[in-house]
Design a protein around this ligand. Structure first.
Ligand code: NAD
Ligand code: UGA
Length: 429
């Protein structure tokens, strides 16, 4: 199939590259020249395991290209995915300005396109957006009626950063919300070669499935962190408790890693958007509200643990290992490390930071701290070491910490093994 994808961020680039890998002809569109140029040179603007090789091989096979020209992309395709960002506004509600702009841009091209075209919303949008915002914007700009000149679907994306390619190629399920049967059939065919259950539903339900999934996962993390904070005070290792409850298949082992809270571009913003949408309907969301409150205080648990061990932080040097919101990504959006570094600086501590992929982005937020070329360099001479991201390369042994001035090692994500580093203490273990 001939596909165009609007927005080449984490979702758009992965979606486009994976559809090309599956044998489709894909044109990626962005408004940022630098991203388009990089993609066409076979360089991914983001770090995502396995993506660059896949991008290169599909560029070589001429199944993939990037452009600034939305007209050329839409006129040369049958299906257009919208995967632009949907950030939070100040009040937590969803900001649809990029989606609205993309819908208008698509509509303006569809005005001059002959034949049926399917527009698919892949961005995460609150229930009702595809039907009440995207569709009317395309209708107005194109002068065509949805279901006649063009079709509309909502196909939420469930990939995780760091495992994006694998998640996209081997999804647990594919959800297709359709405004009209014909466009639903087209998207169903597009996913025909993917080995996953396909759920066909309305666009509103598809939108809600996405938010419900993220809210459930965020709640699961919030719950294990609450248990974890309590375990810490009772001298219990939460990881053992998580293992104990995870064997109950109704609970399951996944997403039971306690620590410094969830970050990233989606859980915080999506739960907040659902809260705002909920309030709009007059329903006060009790649990969703507390998931956010709980998560906002969770990063500081490790700071408070450090303060209990080292009450005077002023003038001390703290090694901070891991700045990304999770391992295997360069993304620092809502990373717990941002709050922790800020708290340390306010106490007058000096910081020696290291992350394998996220230092360039972190430097933009905190230009004044010391960035090191390796974990060993950050650790050397420090008075305490905080591990904030569970990068595999941080799975150290005791000897790796020998160069510290004072061996105080605390982790906010479980990566060290007690048998290899007996002194380590975790935020919830
Ligand atoms: P992102 O910010 O990384 O990328 C968005 C891209 O869209 C940018 O490159 C931007 O330049 C481009 N863009 C904006 N307006 C445009 C326009 N009018 N025309 C062309 N390009 C335009 O965002 P992301 O992380 O890929 O997320 C995109 C959407 O997918 C969001 O709704 C997000 O909630 C959802 N989502 C993200 C993930 C994830 O892991 N990041 C997973 C599932 C769903
Ligand atoms: C999450 C979801 O897992 C994806 O299914 C979804 O598509 C995506 O959001 C989205 O909508 O954008 P992502 O944010 O990339 O994916 O990463 P996760 O692996 O879910 O981690 C999110 C945060 O939760 C990270 O900070 C991670 O460290 C934290 N986490 C995760 C925990 O604290 N404990 C866990 O057990 C799991």
């Amino acid at each position: 199939m001939k596909i165009s994808v609007i927005g080449t961020g984490y979702v758009g680039l992965v979606t486009g590259t994976c559809f090309a890998e599956a044998g489709n002809d894909v044109t990626l569109v962005d408004i940022i020249q630098e991203k388009v140029d990089k993609i066409n040179r076979g360089v991914t603007p983001i770090y995502e395991e396995g993506l660059e090789d896949m991008l290169k091989s599909n560029l070589e096979r001429k199944r993939l290209r990037a452009t600034l020209d939305i007209r050329e992309a839409i006129l040369g395709s049958e299906v257009t995915f919208i995967s632009v960002g949907t950030p939070s506004k100040e009040d937590g509600s969803i900001d649809l300005k990029y989606i609205e702009q993309a819908a208008r841009d698509i509509g303006a091209v569809l005005k001059d396109k002959e034949g049926y075209h399917v527009v698919v919303v892949k961005s995460t949008v609150v229930p009702g957006t595809t039907e009440d915002v995207v569709t009317p914007a395309i209708e107005e700009a194109s002068g065509k009626k949805a279901g006649e000149g063009f079709g509309v679907c909502m196909n939420p994306e469930f990939l995780k950063e760091g495992k994006a390619v694998e998640d996209f190629m081997k999804p647990d399920r594919i959800v297709i919300g359709q405004l009209d049967e014909r466009s639903g059939d087209v998207i169903n065919r597009l996913y025909g070669s993917f080995n996953a259950p396909i759920i066909r539903t309305t666009t509103r339900t598809a939108e809600m499935i996405k938010y419900a999934a993220n809210a459930f996962l965020a709640a699961k993390i919030g719950m294990i962190n609450e248990i974890g904070n309590l375990c810490k005070r009772l001298g219990i290792d939460t990881n053992e408790v998580a293992n104990g409850i995870g064997h109950d298949t109704r609970i399951g082992h996944q997403f039971l890693r306690s620590g410094i809270g969830f970050g990233g571009s989606c859980f915080p913003k999506d739960v907040k958007a659902l809260i705002a949408k909920s309030r709009e309907t007059g329903y006060e969301p009790v649990i969703l509200d507390h998931i956010i409150k709980m998560n906002e205080m969770q990063p500081l648990q490790i700071f408070e643990l450090l303060k209990r061990k080292m009450p005077q932080l002023s003038g001390k040097t703290i090694a901070v290992l891991g700045l990304a919101f999770k391992a295997d990504t360069d993304d620092i959006r809502e990373s717990p490390a941002l709050k922790i570094v800020d708290a340390l600086l306010k106490e007058g501590a000096g910081i020696r930071a290291y992350d394998p992929k996220a230092m360039d982005s972190f430097r933009k937020e905190f230009p004044g701290i010391t960035y090191c070329g390796s974990a060993a360099e950050a650790i050397s001479g420090s008075d305490a070491c905080l591990i904030l991201t569970d990068w595999k390369e941080f799975d150290f042994s005791d000897k790796d910490f020998e160069s510290m001035s004072n061996k105080l090692i605390l982790e906010g994500r479980k990566i060290l093994k007690k048998e290899k580093v007996p002194l380590v203490e975790g935020v919830c273990w």
